[in-house]
Design a protein around this ligand. Structure first.
Ligand code: URP
Ligand code: ZN
Ligand code: ZN
Length: 479
């Protein structure tokens, strides 16, 4: 916990920044009526509803609202360059969209282009964070191993970058071979870090692409056939074996099939610290989108899957086998997506989603399918913070946590439309979707930034949040 709160008695209700009154607080392990007292930008205390507080402390009325820790998005690409395309947002634009959507911490990526050094890219990506409306952490990335890599990983860990992204696909761009994955895992053992990995076996993908190109086409409409589920499970099996050989933790990003999730769950039962991230679009959308009028808008890797695969994946929200849910936000616009829509090998992959992640999931799974609120907070805030070494500063409302809060109207039904979102693009994959539940007031570091859906404080206050050690088991609550 942070020293600022230790200097004062937390029960001291004078001199606070604000008090959030009358709401139902939902943390990952507890929910109930409470008032939230904020001092010096952190949660000072959870008070009995209506507990006396100095009259001059500003009050935010949360009656009828849920009070959640601001979301932590563990997978968010800001201004991401891949191939010929760069996604269109900067930190300010991305975090503005994030905050409107109830997310108050993003974890961005520093992915080297060919010839760049991971450490340099991390430092330069970090430089944009202070322009943001909320805080951000960073994943590093290693593509190739050379004699400087071990030292760079040490410096990265010292500078708070402890999660290292690796890819088993995108040859010639960001793909790393198995020997490199093993070396990075080995190097991270002593640094309390973790590899986070995009698994699709590139040889299976390339073969599927070649066959698609040779038979009917390789356009956006054919996307599912070009990246089969088998490519994902094959690669997950290989990477799990490498992690087991090194006995190091491993986190799989955007797992899109139940079979892949179950491989990770089985490894966990064997004692490996292995974690599954799902992303919102794989839980909410299916491959029928590629048969629609604008299939290019849905091109992402792994692709959207058949409805039965989506449902099987979503069941693991309830079994507990999915650890976190991210957005895999990539802010390309329709022009970028259309340019090479007849050849997915040349298209920018990825969907915008940092702003819609929480509300679309809340509506579908909490309102629609009875996912407990505490589990929703666990998946979208607490566990992303834990697996990124940010907990309990982020993803929690317990005293000592940063006062990042999202006040939700759980009964508000609204229609998602790009025209009313803040993402720096002209479309959303959820256009026209009816959704129930929405964050209406969002507090960042104790300051109201969005109030009843309006931006009321646009001050740039993004802080870089260095990852602490990834604990031996991040799922176990620190005392
Ligand atoms: O299609 C995707 N997911 N694009 C973003 C880069 C990545 O693979 O995460
Ligand atoms: Zn990926
Ligand atoms: Zn991604």
């Amino acid at each position: 916990m942070r020293t600022r709160t230790e200097e004062r008695d937390p029960a001291d209700r004078t001199g606070a920044d604000l008090v959030v009154r009358g709401g139902t607080v939902v943390d990952s392990a507890w929910e109930g009526p409470a008032d939230v007292l904020v001092r010096d930008g952190v949660v000072a205390a959870l008070l009995a509803p209506g507990a006396p507080v100095d009259a001059d402390v500003p009050a935010v009325d949360a009656a009828g609202r849920l009070v959640l820790p601001g979301g932590v998005d563990p997978h968010c690409h800001v201004g991401f360059t891949s191939g010929a395309y760069t996604s269109l947002d900067d930190h300010r634009e991305c975090t503005t969209a994030a905050v409107f959507g109830g997310t108050t911490t993003i974890v961005d990526f520093a992915i080297p282009r060919p010839g760049q050094r991971p450490l340099d890219v991390a430092r330069s990506q970090r430089a944009g964070i202070p322009t943001g409306l909320c805080d951000a952490a960073l994943h590093g990335c290693v593509v190739e191993w050379d004699d400087t890599t071990a030292d760079q990983l040490r410096v990265l860990a010292d500078e708070g970058v402890r999660t290292i992204k690796m890819f088993t696909t995108y040859r010639g761009e960001s793909m790393a071979d198995e020997a490199t994955i093993l070396r990075v895992m080995h190097a991270l053992r002593g640094l309390d870090g973790m590899v986070v990995v995009h698994c699709e076996a590139d040889h299976i993908v390339v073969d599927a692409q070649d066959r698609a190109a040779g038979t009917g086409g390789i356009g956006a409409r054919e996307m599912p056939a070009t990246r089969p589920e088998l490519a994902e499970t094959a690669s997950v099996g290989e990477v799990l074996a490498i992690a087991e050989s090194q006995q190091t933790p491993v986190y799989f990003v955007h797992q899109s099939t139940a079979a892949a999730v179950e491989l990770v769950a089985a490894a966990r039962r064997r004692g490996l610290r292995a974690y599954t991230e799902a992303v919102a679009h794989h839980l909410l959308l299916d491959e029928s989108a590629y048969a629609g009028p604008q299939p290019e808008r849905f091109v992402c890797c792994p692709p959207l899957r058949p409805r039965e695969s989506v449902d099987a994946l979503a069941r693991h929200l309830f079994t507990g086998e999915i650890t976190t849910i991210g957005s895999d936000h990539c802010c390309y616009d329709t022009n970028q997506k259309r340019e090479h829509r007849h050849d997915v090998r040349r298209m920018p992959n990825g969907l915008p989603g940092v702003e819609t992640r929480l509300a679309t999931l809340f509506s579908e799974f909490v309102v629609g399918r009875g996912l407990p609120l505490t589990r929703f907070v666990e998946l979208t805030a607490a566990n992303p913070a834990r697996t990124n070494g940010l907990y309990p500063r982020k993803g929690s409302l317990m005293p000592g946590a940063d006062a990042d809060l999202a006040l939700w109207d759980p009964g508000l039904t609204w229609t998602v439309t790009a025209a009313e979102l803040h993402q720096a693009t002209d479309y959303t994959p959820y256009e026209g979707r009816r959704v129930t539940g929405r964050p209406t007031t969002v507090i960042v570091g104790g300051r109201v930034v969005v109030d009843e859906g309006r931006l009321v404080d646009g001050t740039a206050r993004g802080r870089y949040v260095p990852a602490g050690e990834i604990p031996a088991d991040p799922m176990v609550l620190p005392l």
